[in-house]
Design a protein around this ligand. Structure first.
Ligand SMILES: CC(C)(COP(=O)(O)OP(=O)(O)OC[C@H]1O[C@@H](n2cnc3c(N)ncnc32)[C@H](O)[C@@H]1OP(=O)(O)O)[C@@H](O)C(=O)NCCC(=O)NCCS
Length: 163
């Protein structure tokens, strides 16, 4: 059975392992590279884990999603969806939708009325997941990332909490 939960900072090594696996498996999906993050310090992982939710199979994280909240008065009502990933062996079972839906349920209770994200155009499963849960494409970012010697275009998508 899968549960969606946050993990305490002491679980930073589990988070580091799944994040580095994500960066190695799907480099086009993310704005950072495996090489850059492999050198992050323990304190960086301990800090970053605070914005993450994990899909846990027994005690093992098999998927994750992050929400980076705005820190200014003018931006605290919104969050940037980051680090959305499910292990390839666990895909197609509804975990991705479960993780995103979890954010949509808990975020408004915490004052987050809007979510935004950038998604690489080649990530069809991610785009389908966002569309299925009410995110709408509001823009295109050309040559937004430069990964493995190629420029990558992205869609900008947003979701507004129902009133
Ligand atoms: C995006 C991702 C997290 C989805 O995880 P998942 O557990 O497979 O998602 P689900 O099983 O809930 O499926 C969600 C939808 O994706 C769609 N989908 C799955 N594979 C697809 C594919 N290859 N092409 C198009 N759509 C696809 C399904 O139609 C499904 O919608 P449905 O249930 O209405 O049919 C996963 O594919 C992944 O980790 N991708 C690589 C990382 C990535 O692109 N992250 C996004 C960063 S912005």
């Amino acid at each position: 059975m899968i549960t969606i939960t946050q993990l305490p900072p002491d679980c930073w090594e589990q988070y580091k392992a799944i994040r580095l696996e994500a960066l190695q498996t799907d480099p086009l999906a993310f704005g950072c590279s495996y090489e850059e993050e492999a050198n992050f310090s323990e304190s960086t992982w301990r800090e970053r884990i605070n914005i993450m939710w994990f899909a846990m199979l027994k005690d093992e994280p098999v998927g994750m999603i992050g929400l980076l909240r705005g820190t200014m008065q003018s931006t605290s009502h919104k969050g940037l969806v980051v680090s959305f990933w499910v292990k390839p062996s666990m895909r197609g079972k509804g975990l991705g939708k479960e993780l995103l839906l979890h954010l949509q349920v808990i975020a408004p209770d915490q004052g987050c009325r809007k979510m935004v994200l950038d998604v690489t155009m080649s990530q069809q499963a991610a785009i389908a997941t966002y569309n299925a849960l009410g995110f709408r494409q509001v823009g295109v970012l050309h040559q937004e990332l430069y990964i493995h010697g190629e420029y990558v275009d992205q869609f900008v998508m947003e979701w507004l909490a129902p009133v």
